[in-house]
Design a protein around this ligand. Structure first.
Ligand code: AMP
Ligand code: GLY
Length: 420
């Protein structure tokens, strides 16, 4: 099978790594890819937000199966354009991708599906939103309706913070994403991410993870795209997992099918768990980054068969071969991230790192300049390892991180502290 993966981050490097281990993969191209991906697969420059361009490239390169990594091409309808051209694709339609692209859409679906989630109200008018905040009081959560690169959520501990968020959003801080806002009840509890493959009919859980969103140790400081993750998430017991499937995922999928927008792809289910009850925080229509890296390390080559089965609506016949293992990924970021940071610093020591089925340094934001690997993003490397216990996975991951010589980078020393 000839496979095309769309995307350029650590998530896509880990997807490519898993796919390359599967003997059914004859050829792999990643567009646009990065310097780490280029070491294991062909990379191609391509505007992945433009459906016709992707279709043309897929036909020219005899691609049998396309895996879409990030949400932007999905929200832009690239999966629809591929399907219209009879090219097999893993990833939801633009209509189904509203589960991530519109907070208000998701809230309406949850209400219709009776899926437990925070109470909410939806506003297109700043004055009405302010009045609602004054009436509800703090803590309260203000969300820009549209895609805002993970920055459109303000968890406001005071009324003033919430009111300031309304000013920012209606003031255009998030562009068109903030022209509508959702204001939600603040939920307490422990967060976990639950990943489920869906094929429009059947659902298949493929793992759980927890990530660390704050930049600083002890989960302090500004929010980031994620500074590290581990799998499985201990809070996701069998009972919580069953509840999340029966009360949240399956009713959502049924509601999507009823609305003639069946969901196919991976559903990232962000949960808040309190007193044995999971409630939905958010859906994403793609793998998490860096959560994907720990899932791929645990699933290995079978990940490709599972995604292929989801795309061909054969999930009902599939099973996951679970190993009783743990994985951890530690994100190495450029100093200054998530604020401003320099690009172009040189990273040494990568060539001496182990590359096994239990240890891999995935590249998130790297380029190759004059034969050297350089940093070209905020989150730059995802040092990922597997072990029989989480402590073993952690020790392996940090041994690799310590062996990397990159003075312009930093990482958190305490990934997994809650679980350890
Ligand atoms: P989201 O982009 O919806 O995942 O929100 C980002 C983060 O904000 C989540 O991972 C939670 O930590 C937090 N968050 C979002 N909604 C709520 C809520 N209703 N109550 C408490 N925390 C929330
Ligand atoms: N790590 C969080 C996300 O991918 O949305």
């Amino acid at each position: 099978m000839n496979i095309l993966i769309l995307g350029s981050g650590g998530r896509e490097h880990s997807l490519a790594w898993a796919v390359m281990q599967n003997p059914k993969c004859d050829k792999l191209i990643v567009a646009p890819g990065n310097a780490g991906i280029a070491a294991i697969a062909a990379c191609a420059k391509l505007n992945i937000l433009d459906g016709p361009t992707v279709v043309e490239f897929a036909l020219e390169n005899s691609i049998d199966f396309v895996i879409v990594g990030p949400e932007a091409p999905l929200a832009a309808g690239v999966a629809d354009t591929l399907r219209d051209a009879n090219i097999l694709v893993f990833g939801p339609s633009a209509a189904a991708a509203q589960l991530e692209a519109s907070k208000n859409f998701t809230k309406e679906i949850c209400a219709a599906a009776k899926a437990p989630t925070a109470d909410y109200a939806h506003f297109t008018d700043a004055e009405a939103a302010r009045a609602y905040i004054r009436e509800q009081g703090a803590p309260i959560v203000v969300k820009a309706d549209g895609l805002a690169a993970g920055k459109g959520v303000i968890v406001a501990m005071t009324e003033d913070e919430a009111l300031a968020a309304i000013d920012d959003m209606f003031g255009g801080e998030f562009g068109s994403a903030g022209a509508e806002v959702v204001i939600e009840e603040f939920m307490e509890g422990e967060e976990a991410s639950f990943f489920v493959l869906c094929d429009g009919t059947d659902v298949l859980p493929i793992g759980t993870a927890q990530d660390h969103k704050r930049v600083g140790e002890g989960d302090t400081g500004p929010n980031t795209g994620g500074m590290g993750a581990y799998s499985p998430a201990p809070v996701m017991t069998d009972e919580i997992t069953r509840k999340a499937l029966d009360e949240i995922v399956r009713p959502t999928m049924a509601e999507m099918s009823k609305r003639e927008m069946p969901y196919q792809g991976v559903l990232y289910v962000g949960l808040m768990i309190k007193d044995g009850q999971p409630r939905l925080v958010e859906y994403n229509v793609r793998f998490g980054d860096p959560e994907c890296q720990v899932l791929m390390m645990r699933l290995g080559a079978q990940a490709m068969d599972l995604m292929h089965a989801a795309a061909e609506s054969r999930l009902g016949k599939m099973r996951v071969n679970w190993a009783d293992d743990h994985a951890m990924t530690v994100v190495m970021a450029a100093k200054g991230y998530p604020g401003s940071y320099k690009k172009g610093s040189r990273i040494n020591g990568l060539e001496d790192l182990p590359e096994t089925s239990s240890e891999m340094c995935f590249h998130a934001g790297t380029s190759e300049t004059d034969g050297h690997i350089t940093a070209s993003g905020g989150r730059v490397l995802n040092v990922t390892a597997r072990g029989r216990t989480l402590a073993e996975a952690r020790d392996r991951a940090y041994a690799m991180a310590d062996a990397i010589d990159w003075p312009e980078g930093f990482f958190r020393r305490d990934i997994g502290w809650r679980a350890l």
